[in-house]
Design a protein around this ligand. Structure first.
Ligand SMILES: Cc1cc2nc3c(=O)[nH]c(=O)nc-3n(C[C@H](O)[C@H](O)[C@H](O)COP(=O)(O)OP(=O)(O)OC[C@H]3O[C@@H](n4cnc5c(N)ncnc54)[C@H](O)[C@@H]3O)c2cc1C
Length: 445
């Protein structure tokens, strides 16, 4: 005999149904809640990672996430660069770049000491090999002094030889505080600090859309290519080579447009690594401060020679064969690129021929290190530089931030770091402080 009547049984089924619906609602809510953040930082390069770290240090009570599209942090520029801790000599006095580099160098050395990350303060020579370069070298020296770069010295050819026996030059600037480090290792260390402070990081999460959700508390919804979502009160994007594409997603203008320039390096064969002790750089052409093949010892003991600067056929084009037709079309259709290409076609062709013919690249180096021959080099790594460019073809040298002013959640809660050029790695801790201050001010954190 049944202990409960039919009506009691259906009542029980009904309440079970309600309880399970309630439980699944609570579960769904807590799942969503897990993916709700006060701040989401997009881009796990050195700038995004340093900023996420700084934000959580300044606001330990906030829930913060760091999102990266690749399978590891520092996958692009931050893990594929020259590895130099720059002193701040080149940059226009008073510019943000000059200030952040000098500040960043000091913060970096302190950080590297605290974390016991391997680095070497091997110094840097900027060498004039031709009389026509001496005037520019002296101007650079003045700039460095104005920027507050410590202990710069002018050397004559005998003093150059004493420091670097295989280097020839008429005159040089010696910067003793320039150093080398693996910036990829530093990026991962910033991420680890961030996680230890309670931050959540997500790899393989490629942001592909922002939209305004109905959740008044977390109104910015971010989705990825696999339809996963994360909800945020505020967002910071630091997407390097993709910074223009990502900014456009929130209604920002296309400019500054990112034009990808591949920088290819050669390796000095290990038997010849002893030819180079410090960083040895030529005097830069003021029109293209990032051009000029230099010799740089690496923290792993190898010496890299380069980079050149060649238009990459896609944003993440590390090889000649990497091609994305859509991205290449976008580059070619951009009026700024066409203007620049017309003006400096000669430079571009020279850089391309040096890429294809190693002896031409070696000839550049022989100007100041005659003992290097083509037999002493082998092909090395490459990095792709995110060169920000205006509509008129000007190369944008300083930092650019963007948001879409307006009352909507997307416009008023997303900040894009659109340009963090070299020496972005050296300056990363100083950039992070500036970004955290900016977010505090703009978003009243
Ligand atoms: C060849 C070369 C040499 C250089 N040498 C030096 C040097 O010696 N010293 C120095 O201080 N600086 C140097 N720099 C500059 C320095 O590397 C950069 O300024 C710095 O790495 C920029 O960091 P970032 O975080 O802005 O960019 P990145 O390191 O490029 O990081 C951006 C990140 O955003 C991610 N991302 C993009 N889109 C999305 C998306 N939709 N969703 C999720 N994630 C996304 C990318 O995968 C990437 O990891 C060099 C640069 C190059 C290219």
């Amino acid at each position: 005999m049944s202990l409960i009547s039919k009506s009691q049984a259906s009542l029980l089924t009904l309440s079970r149904y309600h309880v399970s619906k309630y439980v699944s609602k609570v579960r769904r809510y807590s799942e969503i809640k897990k993916k709700c953040y006060d701040i989401v930082v997009i881009g796990g390069g050195i700038v995004g990672s340093a900023s996420a770290r700084e934000l959580i240090l300044q606001h330990p009570g906030l829930k913060i996430a760091l999102i990266e599209k690749e399978k590891r942090f520092a996958f692009h520029q931050s893990g594929n660069n020259s590895g130099v801790i720059h002193a701040g000599i080149y940059y226009k006095p008073g510019s943000l770049k000059a200030k952040l580099c000098v500040e960043g160098l000091n913060l970096s050395y302190k950080y590297l000491d605290d974390k016991q990350i391997k680095y070497s303060k091997c110094g840097k020579l900027i060498v004039a090999t031709d009389r026509s370069e001496v005037g520019r070298l002296l101007d650079l020296y003045e700039r460095g002094v104005k920027n507050g770069v410590k202990d710069l010295k002018l050397l004559d050819s005998k003093e150059i030889k004493e420091l670097e026996p295989h280097c020839n030059g008429l005159q040089a600037i010696w910067s003793p505080h320039t150093g080398i480090v693996d910036w990829g290792v530093v990026t991962k260390s910033y991420v680890s600090d961030f996680e230890k402070c309670g931050g959540d990081s997500y790899l393989n999460f490629e942001l592909n859309r922002f939209f305004e959700s109905e959740n008044a508390e977390y109104p910015v919804t971010i989705t990825n290519s696999k339809d996963k979502t994360i909800h945020a009160k505020y967002v910071l994007t630091c997407c390097g080579l993709q910074s223009d594409t990502v900014a456009v997603l929130t209604g920002c203008p296309e400019e500054p447009k990112i034009i990808p320039f591949r920088g290819e390096y050669l390796y000095l064969v290990p038997e010849k690594s002893n030819l180079i002790k410090a960083n040895i750089y030529p005097v830069p052409d003021p029109r293209f401060p990032f051009l000029g093949v230099h010799a740089t010892p690496r923290i792993d003991g190898r010496v890299i020679l380069g980079p050149n600067a060649i238009l990459a056929f896609c944003k993440e084009g590390y090889k000649w064969t990497d091609l994305n037709v859509k991205e290449l079309k976008e580059i070619i259709n951009f009026s700024g690129f066409r203007k620049m290409a017309l003006k400096y076609a000669g430079f571009g062709l020279k850089e391309m021929s040096r890429s294809l013919m190693t002896p031409l690249q070696v000839m550049q180096l022989q100007k100041y290190i005659q003992d290097i021959t083509t037999k002493d080099v082998e092909s090395g790594p490459a990095g792709v530089r995110a060169q920000a460019m205006g509509k008129d073809g000007t190369l944008i040298e300083d930092f650019v931030f963007d948001s879409k002013p307006g009352s909507g959640a997307i416009g008023s809660r997303v900040l894009h770091c659109r340009n963090a050029p070299s020496p972005g790695a050296t300056s990363s801790l100083a950039i992070a402080k500036m970004i955290a201050d900016k977010m505090k001010q703009e978003f009243k954190l």
